[in-house]
Design a protein around this ligand. Structure first.
Ligand SMILES: [Zn+2]
Length: 376
């Protein structure tokens, strides 16, 4: 009789456990919860829990950010006006909590001015035909440059249009423009000096990605259709430099126009490879990152937290600089900075990851003093 009772009990118990398991397995995963700021737990317990629940929603946050990708005025203007425009740019950026930036300068006078302000990292924006190591050392010594900026678009268009160029600049030798110039002996020894001086190269390398109005991108397919190679070939040249100079840090502007799977592979292969967040990591005011998108992108940022630098591509270049209104400038810079900050903030990164992307990686790579961020 007793045995019978125990057996029935075991069967009922097993049935109950089975049904609970089944119900649980059918329940959806709980929705994503953003992490809280680092002090929520302390607030909950201090003074016997006096402030428990106060600001329960407060998330990781950086009060001050650094921008690894900005431009001084790109065209020709008297120096006084160029300086004024640069100051306006940095003032408006400050309103958006960007406390310092890498300022790409095409001219020596711009480098001198940015250096004299003592706030930003002066970066020499070298022309593709100017691998001048004497100039590099001089700018490093005189203007404390923190990096070199390169841009392949004029090379790609020059090759497409079958142009010739004086290479190296000042040599009086005219050569056909070709992307292979970027791995010429002249450039390779230039990169060697960059490595020696601890200067990263921030580089707009590839650029074929089709029309992209969301991030203000134009269409360059015509040029690419006329070239005898593709993006992979150009990337191969960059990989050659990464391999030759393992101590040279290369920052791919605009993520090299690559998606997550390829960047994953490249980051794993090259510890000296970095990206900035401009162009690709953009989210306009009206848009929100979906849970599915966050599930893909957030782990990528966490995995490569040391290799991603906030960058906006903000620039002091707007129409008719003599007459432009302050509203126009504000609108221009807001559109170039805010959507990139917004993208990162919507990832709800853990505080250490957010701090790295927002300013710490910039400080390390560009050898800058830490941002005045008293929170962390
Ligand atoms: Zn740029």
């Amino acid at each position: 009789m007793n045995k019978y009772f125990v057996l029935i009990f075991i069967i009922i118990l097993a049935g109950w456990i089975f049904s609970v398991e089944k119900r649980l397995s059918r329940m959806p995963d709980p929705p994503f919860q953003p992490p809280l700021d680092l002090h929520a737990a302390a607030r909950d317990t201090a003074d016997g829990g006096f402030s428990r629940g106060y600001g329960f929603y407060m998330r990781p946050y950086c009060n001050f950010w650094s921008d690894a990708h900005t431009h001084t005025y790109l065209g020709d203007l008297p120096q006084e006006q160029r300086n004024r425009l640069h100051v306006m740019l940095r003032n408006v950026m400050y309103e958006l909590n960007i406390v310092n930036a890498a300022a790409y300068c095409k001219t020596e006078a711009d480098l001198a001015f940015v250096d004299s302000l003592g706030k930003d990292a002066p970066v020499w924006y070298a022309a593709f035909n100017d691998p001048d190591v004497t100039k590099l050392r001089r700018y490093h010594e005189l203007y404390h440059i923190r990096a070199v900026k390169l841009h392949n678009t004029p090379v790609l268009y020059g090759e497409y249009r079958k142009e010739t160029v004086e290479f190296p600049l000042g040599s009086s030798q005219m050569r056909p423009v070709t992307i292979d110039m970027m791995v010429s002996p002249e450039w390779m020894s230039f990169f060697g000096i960059c490595e020696e001086l601890g200067l990263p190269v921030t580089w707009h390398t590839n650029n074929r990605y089709g029309p992209s109005p969301y991030n203000f991108g134009g269409d360059n397919s015509k040029c690419w259709d006329g070239l005898p190679y593709d993006n992979f070939y150009v990337l191969g040249l960059i990989e050659k430099i990464l391999e030759t100079y393992p101590g040279l840090n290369i920052i791919l502007c605009h993520q090299g126009f690559m998606g997550y799977p390829m960047l994953d592979t490249l980051f794993a292969k090259y510890p000296n490879l970095y990206i900035d967040t401009s162009a690709g990591f953009i989210l306009h005011d009206e848009d929100y990152i979906t849970d599915a998108e966050r599930a893909l992108i957030r782990p990528f940022f966490i995995r490569w937290a040391d290799r991603i630098l906030f960058g906006s591509d903000a620039n002091a270049f707007w129409e008719l600089p003599e007459t432009v209104s302050e509203h126009e400038i504000r609108r221009h810079i807001y559109n170039h900075v805010h959507p990139f900050k917004r993208f990162i903030q919507q990832l709800y990164l853990p505080q250490p990851v957010l701090s790295k992307v927002a300013h710490e990686n910039f400080e390390r790579l560009f050898n800058m003093p830490p941002a005045e961020d008293w929170f962390y």
